[in-house]
Write a protein that binds this ligand. Structure first.
Ligand code: CO
Length: 171
């Protein structure tokens, strides 16, 4: 089922998510709904809080070398932890909760992570480049943070002004 994605400045996006305890059917249908919802909006990542569920759940599905997005590379990430970060990398990010806005953000280029899959199995991994960027972006959602909070003061000010104008235009 496609669910509604909440957008900035919805206050729920600031809420901290909590750990998943039960790896049950309810979690599995949440993950399935998140995938359907993300794909319907052409996204490459989604955190549960973006569909108003404050749980430590996120999904990432990067396009392959042929720029195709296929479900066999979908990664379902429950209760993620970033154990180590290395280097830095600038990347132009976007977010389904801040639609049609893109800007450069600096993040670690390489991260060591640990998380659980949909059955509760613990997975340890090292991610680099775009996968590392996406992982960090989605983990920020679980802390109640958005990528626009990483912009410089002036960029953020301009963003707020433009965003207000945009929201007004939609009313
Ligand atoms: Co996002």
């Amino acid at each position: 089922m496609i669910r509604e994605i909440i957008t900035y400045p919805n206050k729920l996006l600031k809420q901290k998510s909590t750990p998943v305890v039960d790896f049950d059917d309810k979690l599995h249908s949440l993950l399935d709904d998140m995938y359907e919802t993300m794909i319907s909006k052409n996204g490459i990542g989604l955190a549960a809080i973006q569909i108003s569920i404050p749980l430590n759940v996120l999904i990432i599905n990067l396009p392959n070398e042929d720029d195709e997005q296929t479900k066999d590379t979908l990664i379902e990430i429950i209760n993620p932890k970033i154990i180590e970060q290395k280097g830095s990398m600038l990347y132009t990010e976007g977010c389904l909760s801040v639609p049609e806005y893109f800007d450069d953000v600096s993040r670690a280029q390489k991260i060591e992570v640990q998380y659980q899959d949909r059955d509760g199995k613990t997975i340890s991994c090292i991610y680099e480049d775009l996968m590392a960027i996406a992982f960090q972006h989605e983990c920020d959602h679980l802390k109640g943070e958005l990528f626009i909070e990483k912009l410089s003061f002036l960029k953020r000010k301009k963003f707020e002004k433009d965003w207000k104008k945009k929201l007004k235009g939609k009313k």
